[in-house]
Design a protein around this ligand. Structure first.
Ligand code: B12
Ligand code: SF4
Length: 591
């Protein structure tokens, strides 16, 4: 019998994770980015599933392209031509758009909308604003004006509907699933093709094993977007992610859960990863994010190590309990910080902490004092500084917005590296200066020597630490961006300047760019050589493995009077008194 072949139409699905503009108005883009985008991987995984399910009908193929703008140029001309060849049959999906990326996302969308191509946008800005504000703030009407469809909530189980609406050119102005967040178990898992992953350093990729957090920090957007009830993937899901990636030769993962220690499946997941590593020989390398009480969970740290964790990111945020209380981050107990950090050190795992500057009690002097305390008394390797920012979607932002307090109208600056609103005890200039100074203070040559000594005393490979320190010591000073959005070899083009800013003549732009690049790389090479020489000297010193200091000493009763950590702030003294009271009550209850 003669079968007539159904004509296949090809739906073009272009997933773009936008970057944002630097202080000179150029798109932040690198030859290789430092960290992969999990938002892109998550939506890509769901899109592949939609294509495999033929959600647009048996005669429609879905061609999927994923572009992370931090490591790949969005070639507008080529993309528009591709759409034209397919009668504009497709969708541009702007993925995981944060507030600081919202202006850039609109600029990317503009030429597509002008060509009549459907565009949809999702991510924290839209979800956060729709969850906490009035449905129009902030800047959301720009989407309505341009005919960009806004998606709030999560794409699992919902992307097919968006694709179907785009295919008939009938995207809804808003899809709002904020009150119906999906379960994650058994849903398509985050994954990216190897050619995408290759564009991040060290061939590493990411996945989220869960979403949501039970705590209530007032600066946090996550709880208002992903909810306070934690949702999880299963150990089977995680094994699937690892095997799919390992089939492409990828075995290094950033588990992006904000707080993996609060993932109720953590143990099952670690046990499965331990099997994959120890039984099946998959050389897993993991970075995880946890809270400051994770060491209290039996076996958590030991199993993290066996599962392949080499770096842990801890939401330390601050060492001043008055500041932590003001941000409703009461679960962070400074009296536990040293116990927790020493527990990670004992396993030879590199500790990285997020540290927020600009809480109400902060002044430049108090920040300098606190950094010195951290250096002397906490066994931390890497500290990442952030400016306290009223991020749209957070309670802090909502409060200021309701009170009509002045906040920077340019969303591009809401990247936690810029000062977006007034501080009661620091002028804007003082706040900006102390943010920059904080990096220099912490990553001073003297303290870097101490970090190497502590690493040698904790069996952390010094070369591993050098690789991380290069980024954290140099990025803010040389590239003027946060290390979390950094990479290797900054790329720029004159035509990628923010609309409204003058475009530099190419004959001036390119020689300046080459000169800048050579200058920055000369400084970078100097820093790398100096770090390597220091690491070698310290690693080879007699008794390097026996090194100890105040930060590395075991936690005991005597510390309470000897550590500035607990004596220099009024909150610190109260925290010790409170922890003593709890200890005596629990021991009385036990007796
Ligand atoms: C991992 C992570 C990173 C990684 C990777 C980035 C990434 N997005 O994957 C790194 C370290 C690079 C990073 C950097 C930064 N990050 Co970050 N990051 C996270 C974190 C912890 C997890 C992101 C994630 O994977 N979430 C899970 C994914 C699946 O959720 P999602 O992005 O919302 O996507 C879902 C839905 O929104 C929807 N969706 C998304 N897009 C679209 C599009 C369409 C069309 C549709 C239909 C659906 C849809 O479907 C997805 C799947 O369900 C979040 C906090 C969090 N819990 O999400 C912060 C977070 C996103 N980061 C934040 C910030 C501020 C930054 C930095 C600016 C910090 C800095 N100064 O360096 C930089 C920006 C650099 C960059 N290029 O993104 C903020 C953003 C807040 C805001 N309102 O804008 C967050 C929310 C944390 C916080 N402090 O509140 N980050
Ligand atoms: S800042 Fe971290 S611990 Fe606090 S609510 Fe947000 S995710 Fe949870």
């Amino acid at each position: 019998m003669y079968h007539q072949r159904l004509p296949k139409r090809r739906f073009q699905l272009v997933l773009i994770k936008p970057s944002h503009y630097d202080d000179d108005g150029y798109v932040i883009r690198w030859w290789r980015a430092l960290i992969p985008s999990n938002s892109l991987a998550a939506v890509y995984g769901i899109a592949v599933d939609c294509a495999e399910q033929w959600v647009l009908g048996a005669d429609v193929e879905i061609d999927i392209v994923a572009i992370d703008e931090t490591n790949t140029r969005v070639d507008l001309k080529a993309l528009l031509a591709k759409f034209r060849q397919n009668d504009n049959f497709g969708l541009v999906a702007l993925i995981g758009v944060q507030s600081n990326q919202y202006p850039r996302a609109l600029d990317i969308a503009r030429p597509f909308r002008e060509a009549g191509i459907p565009v949809a946008m999702g991510g924290f800005h839209i979800s956060g604003c729709l969850s906490m504000l009035d449905g129009e703030a902030i800047g959301l009407n720009a989407c309505r004006d341009m005919g960009i469809s806004m998606f709030a909530g999560e794409a699992e189980g919902r992307l097919a509907q968006v694709l179907q609406d785009a295919a008939v050119n009938e995207l809804a102005p808003v899809y709002n699933f904020m009150s119906d967040l999906p379960g994650l178990e058994g849903t398509p898992v985050p994954v990216l093709p190897k050619h995408n992953v290759k564009k991040t350093l060290g061939l590493s990729t990411s996945f989220d094993a869960g979403r949501g957090c039970p705590y209530q920090c007032s600066f946090c957007t996550i709880i208002n977007v992903q909810g306070r009830k934690s949702r999880f993937r299963s150990a089977d899901d995680i094994e699937r992610i690892v095997r799919m990636n390992w089939a492409q030769g990828i075995s290094k993962f950033f588990i992006t859960d904000d707080n993996f220690a609060r993932n109720r499946h953590w143990e099952e997941i670690f046990d499965r990863l331990i099997l994959l590593r120890e039984r099946d020989g998959i050389p897993l390398g993991l970075m995880i994010q946890v809270d400051t009480l994770c060491h209290k969970i039996d076996n958590f740290i030991v199993k993290a190590k066996r599962a392949g964790t080499t770096r842990v990111f801890i939401g330390l945020e601050n060492v001043n309990p008055d500041n932590l209380a003001a941000a409703k981050k009461r679960q962070n107990k400074i009296t536990e910080y040293r116990k927790m950090l020493l527990a990670w050190k004992e396993q030879g795992i590199i500790t990285m902490a997020g540290y927020i500057l600009g809480f109400p009690s902060d002044t430049p002097e108090s920040i300098r004092r606190d950094i010195a305390i951290i250096q002397d008394e906490l066994p931390l390797d890497i500290v990442e500084f952030f400016c306290l920012t009223p991020l749209p979607g957070s309670e802090d932002h909502q409060t200021l917005w309701k009170q009509g307090v002045d906040m920077d109208p340019d969303l591009n600056t809401y990247d936690t590296e810029h000062v977006c609103t007034a501080h009661s005890r620091m002028s804007r200039k003082e706040f900006e200066d102390i943010y920059n100074e904080a990096w220099d203070l912490y990553y001073s040559d003297k303290h870097i020597e101490t970090l190497f000594r502590r690493a040698a005393g904790s069996e952390i490979p010094l070369f591993r630490l050098v690789k991380i320190l290069v980024t954290f010591k140099t990025t803010v000073a040389l590239e003027k961006v946060h290390p979390l959005q950094s990479g290797i070899l900054r790329l720029k083009r004159p035509d990628e300047r923010r609309p409204g800013l003058p475009r530099m003549n190419a004959l001036l732009f390119w020689p300046r760019f080459v000169g800048e690049t050579l200058y920055k790389h000369a400084l970078l090479v100097g820093t790398i050589v100096s770090l390597l020489l220091t690491a070698r000297r310290i690693g080879r010193a007699a008794n390097a493995a026996q090194y100890t200091d105040k930060a590395l000493t075991a936690v005991g009763d005597e510390e309470e009077n000897e550590f500035d950590l607990v004596t220099q702030t009024s909150g610190g003294v109260a925290a010790v008194a409170h922890s003593k009271k709890v200890a005596s009550l629990t021991s009385a209850a036990r007796n």
